[in-house]
Design a protein around this ligand. Sequence first.
Ligand code: GLC
Length: 767
Amino acid sequence: MTALPTYEQKDQTVTFHYPDHDLQLTVLTPAIVRVFEYRGNNGASYAIEGNKQTATDFKLTDTGDHYELTTSALTIDLDAERHVDVYDTNGNALVTDFRGERTLLDKGVDKVHQRLVEAEGHSVTKSTVKANASYYEVVKTLAPDEHLYGLGDKTGYLDKRGFEYDNWNVDNPSPQLEILPNIYKSIPVMLGLKNGHPYGLFFDNTYKSHFDMGKESDHYYFYSAVDGNLDYYIIGGQSLKDVVTNYTYLTGRTPLPQKWTLGYQQSRWGYSASEDEVQEIADNMKKNDLPCDAIHFDVDYMRGYRVFTWDKAKYADPKKFVSSLKGQGIKVIPIIDPGVKQDPDYDKYAEGIKNNYFVKTPAGKVYINKVWPGDSAFPDFGRPDVRKWWANNNKFLTDMGVGGVWIDMNEPATFEGEIPDDVVFNDQDTPSTHKKMHNVYGHNMAKATYTGLKAQQGKRPYVITRAAYAGTQKYSTVWTGDNRSMWPHIQMMIPQLCNLGLSGFSFVGTDIGGFASDTSAELLTRWIEAAIFSPLLRNHAAMGTRHQEPWSFGEPTLSIYRKYLKLRYRFIPYLYDLFAQESTNGLPVMRPLVLNYPEDTRVRDLDDEFMVGDNVLVAPIVQKSKLNRTVYLPAGNWIDFWNNREYPGNQDILVDAPLDKLPLFIKKDTLLPWGQEVSHVAETPDTTMTFKAFGQNASYEHYQDNGSDFNYEDGEFNRYLVTVKDGDVNVTLTHSGFKPVYQTITVDLPAKSVTLTYDAANQSYRA
Ligand code: GLC
């Protein structure tokens, strides 16, 4: 038997001296342990900021056969062959190295046949992660009963088992079907339920990498990377929720957004080419009694696609126009791409050249590729000074009065082939390569944009990005990029947004109605129903496609669309409460049932239902021509939102769903804050609040602040504990720091309505 390696312990890090390479285990918290092997890569993590290590007791034992490192949450065994095996406190295996024979997936075709396949126009979809000298793999055992989640925005289903994915941010125009290995984001965190026991693994490596989630073999899954250190975090927890909380402790949480960002947003590539067209959209929203909080300005508002310009030929006075829209309750969200047009007479390009802000070829020339403006240079966002420059550039937009900034094409996308691996990108201030910095390009652009907006607006920045890496959730909302107006994409919205949520991204959304291709009245209707709880609520479409504004198809689409937008605004206080919770526990707003009911085997691969918080269950129609569906209700009793009918859980029920109905269930004994019917999220604080009771017994904690800036960090917020017991209502202000507190609070019970009034002298509520 090979001898166990010697080791050294320094604080919470143990370095094991294996013959080939050292392997380090670092205990960050009882439930987070880092596994690290230096493979020549320097530089700090982009996902993890600050020191996340807390003083944690752990024990290291030499059992003779292996080392055993034990914290209060995890046990990690290391043997002489470098196998890393992780168990929970009850000895249940969570993550164990695979020891059997690999059965390589033979996807090869010989050259002749490959040519034949390609002659008919097919491309063989396959991973582009290739083995080379620095390549490595981590292979873990897969149990027959094991479900795998996470990985950010990947296409396909909730349970990722049986599929393979690449981590390399791309702007791939192909329809985003389950066979696509990668799209815009690389969020290399996976969560598992092994025999029902939860764990997480986060591979912090920005190089191109790959997850085979048990496609090659049913006996193992593996992670591989073309380069970089072996650097992964084992994340434990009592429940899947704990794993998400621990992972977001490590990489950060979506901060509390401005409240109005939860309102409806209308967009289309092309609108912003004309002031009149934008105004017409705003007018139509109003005329049709459709609540709306923002209109997005796509690339057309710029002068020749030059970022941080506004075309004066199209807009007489952009600032005045932005302000006039604001007066109408509509914020403007302009798009910004990273590509800076190569034009010596354009100030941003000239500044970038003068200060060396752009990425360069290995020979030292500014690297140029084509994007919307034609030949463009690419800011080197890995560098702090370039991020600072970019942050300041946003002043042009914030001075105009914009509500936020939408950042796009930041994979980065390039029209004339991918940027070669060896193009020089800096890793902070150290020269590095595109190969290493590609996957964090969007992340660093988002961080720069967030920093600029925060300084310039003093409000909670509203940034929406397409490309991201783990940790980007601290800086930006994300949307899932260019989907299509087709039924498989409304279907995919649910697992895709749920997996983003499990991967730390709570503020997420899809292009409602579908971006590319032509939508239909039915698809648009079902999409607004299905998306009404998606935190980012934006209808966006590509130029040249059929119009898909709420009124584009006439009736009944318009009325149904209106009904759901109004419902959304009623739910905004609930969504805002969920964000207030999320900012401290990392639990997503929109979540798969498995997060709330991990013990229920029925929900572990449920793709067509989701929950909003703990007590709202949504089962949209995501198939063409369907007018009813089965809905699986987990444990508990459930109330049909539309008719108050009660159903016991743990069963499938058949629900009628004519075109205007979104099947929606509220868990019995739930209180929901019920927002006012408004056309825009109010800038002035509400002075009254209503709660809807589903049942006679419930309690709910509601959060209130000014919905806009960072004063809440200094205690300027209120918390209300609302309790209903056998129909009696009680309200307690458990934290007060924000004025005004609600003057009245009304609770609508099934058979009566109770209003309590604030007694300022006693800081209490009475009937
Ligand atoms: C990209 C974006 C899309 C945008 C278009 C034009 O395709 O994903 O949302 O409309 O570029 O800027």
